[in-house]
Ligand binder design. Sequence first.
Ligand code: AMP
Length: 352
Amino acid sequence: MIVPPGSTIGIIGGGQLGRMMALAAARLGYRCHIFDPHEAPCAAEVSAEFTRGAFDDEAALARFADACDVVTYEFENVPVGPIAALGDKLRPGTRSLEIAQDRAVEKRFLEGAGARVAAWREVGSVEQLDAAVAALGVPLVLKSRRLGYDGKGQAWVRDPAEARSAWDSIGNAPAVAEAGVAFEAEFSVLIARTHDGQTRAFPPPRNVHSDGILCHSTVPAGQPIEAMAETAIATAATLADALDHVGMFTVEFFACADGALVNEIAPRVHNSGHWTIEGAVTSQFEQHVRAICGLALGSADLVADGAVMDNLIGGDVDAWAAILAAPDASLHLYHKGEARPGRKMGHVTRLK
Ligand code: AMP
């Protein structure tokens, strides 16, 4: 299915990823239509149309989809049931969503596809958490199976006595316990896949997190990441193939002394790819639009020696005027309203 410029792209979710996707789509002559439950999502103000509706409102989603030529999503916590009927109009499909929205299902999928992950256990009670602590040792990190992002729904257990409070802090929700990984660095593979199985990956960025939230992404990533990049890109392509994924697909890795471990997947564009807007021939957002519309993929090559992306989290955004005054900084503000702590308000990219 080719969706030519001039068509309408539906985007489920109206956050900053949808906003940057809509801006990239507009440059290629597409109209975007946002579906989101909030009153004024930041993607809607740069898009041609906006439908306010709940993600589980099947009738509203059906009317929205009827008004679009192709439908995509910018985050993974969308219930699968109401959008399953969209069939090939939904790109990526529901399989990518189903896998990415449950950490236990995701880990089984990763292992089944031959990817290496940290040792883990499914946890449904404090007794099972105690058993996981005994089997995996400490430190370990407890992550709720569903609805986690940016380190939310996570608790570290650094001493077996902390198990009960960790379990309570994630709300006694079904979870996975993961062995703490003593990684040397973190990186991600951002890869696009077309409906006929072609793939193209960006140079993998080195990512630095604080409290589970991405702070900085840098390309080139340096060692030991660059030595692992080829294998990691092959792993990401295998995973995208296994899901018959169409669009951008992101795999987050831990770079360890004995090679790379997969942390998690995201069936979408990703914060660690924001540097591609200025730093690559084609941005991750345009690449996603190209892939879901059945167009040729663009070059993923760097346009400079490198790029650094810094997130503006919470009050960081107050420095916008000083950032703008620097000649080498490309500033992106998402217009999300209140700068609450931990909230991603914008980012800045500098080329090297
Ligand atoms: P996640 O939401 O699973 O991507 O986790 C957010 C961040 O927490 C990761 O990027 C790591 O910095 C850290 N983290 C998550 N899981 C582990 C782990 N098993 N071992 C060490 N650090 C972790």
